[in-house]
Design a protein around this ligand. Sequence first.
Ligand code: ADP
Ligand code: MG
Length: 558
Amino acid sequence: IMETRNCILVWVIHVLIWIRTTPHDRLRPLIARALSSVLVDYLQPRSLPRPCEAVVTRQSQLRPELGGEPPHQKMPLQAEVTAAEHMDLLQKLKDPQVLKDLTEDAVVWATQHGLVMGLATPTPAAAVVHAPLALTPVPFPAGTFREAEAAAGAFAALVDAVAEDDAYLLATLRPTAAHDDFVARQLALLEATAGPRAAHRGSQGVLAHLRSDYMLHTPTGSLLQVEINTIGVSFACLGGLTACLHGHLLGRLGAGAAERAALPPNDALDQLADALGAAAQAYGVEGAVVVMVVQPGERNLYDQQWAQTRLWERHGVRTLRRTLSELARDAELGADRRLRVGGAVAAVVYFRAGYVPEDYAGEAEWAARERVERSDAFKCPSVAYQLAGAKKVQQDLARPGQVERFLPDEAQAALVRRFFAGLWGLEDLADPDTAAAVGAALRDPGAFVLKPQREGGGHNLYGAELRARLERGGPGLGAYVLMQRILPPINRSVMVRGGEAVEADTLSELGIFSVLVRRGGEVLVSRGAGHLVRTKAAESDEGGVAAGYGVLDSPFLV
Ligand code: ADP
Ligand code: MG
């Protein structure tokens, strides 16, 4: 590219010399105009290639047959491959030398391209390790994948409508809050800020970055929603890079163009950066920044840093990373509702923390959250959006007629409903439906999951623990929801952690991202925003990658 551009520059200089001497007066302005457009183009700052493009370009220059085609760009999405062909690729890994070479290649590629996490040291940014990853993508039915993608907009509309309805959130979550201090605290914040929220509803900026998680349910062949995440949604960035890694590794395994085309496009990283950029632009204050609220010692900081790097490259918007404790010290709320952090105006406050009680060391952190809530910055998310993502709300929406309340469009409501698993509230144990579900769970705990109102993995109860908690009973059960256990198909995968490859029976979970940017009633952006697959050992109940259970993966559409 640089060579071509240098040639153009030399050519422009030659024409400039010639134009000074030409006798054709009428041609001069025409040529001058053409030249100026060439020069403007030449002087335009070029955005950096996407990480994936950079890799693919370099690779295709070296060996076009080795994964030279960007998997996410040129190929039409067709299920031209079968699960059997996928197994053929896996068979190649049975050769210990192939497995060793490919593992090393994957680990080096990941580190070279920022598919990394920090180590648990005092400065996680300085000591990195490749993110836990699957060596090959996992087969996933193409039609089902597209159905989940197609529902992204409807789920975003549902969450957006629920988050606008204070009365619904309060009525639905009050019984839970009676047994859960963290939910009670969020509800109190919702109530305390009701006045300013109502006053500015028509002009307030809203930014949502959501991920709806699903698993295939083998007995029915349907895709069922595990949960929808509305705060601190992770792995848009590392998930997108995993698709690139898998394109590269399939090439190394000798996969053809059709097999590489089975990796669907995944622009989750740029979609997140663009949504943050659109919100900052809609905020409309020159030099205003994104404040990313982070946990101290965060190991998954490269996933976050990718978003802030791409935001800077694509939109020229700066990001400040602050813990809630730092915000408590530095964030000031002006009478003009502007939130200022260290002298900079916050256009967007983007939470990658604040979803577990431990993030709020004391009253000062809650006061900082309230200042953010009262400000005119776009919040990703507001406390209302955070509450709209509660598992209790998910359960309530699964009750007959509830989705339809928020999505008057019948087709949209039906689109969302088809993904709902069985869900039961436990606030009224005398209710016949609840009693029947609890009875069924006591008889067959393996068919259910008991979930408290927590995010981030590791909180759910399964099997014997689930039965013990149900047997203990008591009103405290109102803080939980009971959920049908989804039974996904078992695949064979090679999982790589800390450079070590382990082959195992695995289960996979598909996440579909969506973004929504709105100012008052005007929707500026609303779209599906890429995907994520996380794979875990079949015997592991939980699936979080950052929590140490799962690995990053990609769908291989069959
Ligand atoms: P969290 O907010 O902690 O991520 P989730 O609802 O996503 O809570 O549950 C964590 C993990 O537990 C999921 O990623 C999934 O692997 C497993 N899980 C949750 N719900 C179910 C379910 N109904 N059936 C099977 N596995 C589930
Ligand atoms: Mg989850």
